[in-house]
Design a protein around this ligand. Structure first.
Ligand code: ADP
Ligand code: MG
Ligand code: MG
Length: 210
């Protein structure tokens, strides 16, 4: 079964819940190599997304993703707000006005989202950013979709790969964002944005499965 607007809305609620639950963890990760606000930024943003979705009741997956983008851009701030906002905006454009998303459409949306992040932030894999979670997620999503998996399984594959990408950020020296100001001292810490990306994908996968 595909992913409807209601499923996307449920996924966004689950995303908001996981971000709230991991708010302090994301703050601690960002305290080590940034300015300790990532948990707060994401929590504020996703709370606003849930409240906007409640009032606006978007009727297609694309409309829900676009609304998410707009709210994140206007409420999150910092580096991650525009980057996540761009990701959701590109994902929205990729799905167009389809009523339901199958596995291939979900994989396409994830890829478009990652391309948006790269286009805006110019980070490559290995720069210790959210791209290190997104890139393996997109590869895993594409191969799951190619083997005929549905939306939930594609998201689950993406989430698993993203969590591995998060662990891989630990030894890296940051080359983009605030953490790059630390140079070599950024090594030995997990990137907060990669962690939030993996947490969101897990929440989206869980919500879509049920
Ligand atoms: P800020 O650094 O402005 O305080 P946040 O703390 O909310 O913003 O987000 C930090 C995260 O943003 C980083 O952990 C990293 O994953 C991501 N990030 C920063 N710069 C870039 C970039 N140029 N490309 C991709 N991701 C980036
Ligand atoms: Mg920060
Ligand atoms: Mg900040």
């Amino acid at each position: 079964m595909g992913c409807t607007a209601q499923d996307v809305i449920a996924a966004l609620r689950a995303g908001a819940a996981v971000v709230a639950e991991h708010r302090d963890e994301l703050i601690q990760l960002d305290r080590a190599i940034g300015d300790a606000d990532h948990g707060e930024n994401m929590d504020r943003g996703f709370r606003a997304v849930v409240s906007k979705v409640d009032t606006a009741a978007p009727e297609t997956p694309g409309a829900a993703l676009k609304l998410t983008a707009t709210v994140l851009i206007s409420t999150v701030g910092g580096a991650s707000g525009p980057l996540y906002g761009t990701a959701f905006l590109r994902a929205a454009a990729a799905v167009g006005d389809a009523e339901e998303l199958d596995g291939a459409a979900v994989a396409k949306a994830l890829q478009a989202g990652m391309e948006g992040v790269i286009g805006r932030g110019r980070a490559a894999v290995g720069d210790k950013t959210m791209v290190d979670a997104l890139s393996p997620a997109v590869e895993a999503a594409k191969s799951a979709a190619e083997s005929g998996e549905g939306a939930a399984a594609v998201l689950a594959a993406a989430a698993d790969a993203a969590h591995q990408g998060v662990q891989a950020t630990e030894p890296l020296v940051a080359r983009k964002g605030r953490a790059s100001y630390l140079g070599e001292r950024s090594a030995g810490h997990i990137d907060p944005g990669a962690r939030s990306t993996a947490l969101l994908l897990s929440a989206f996968a869980e919500a879509t499965r049920s």
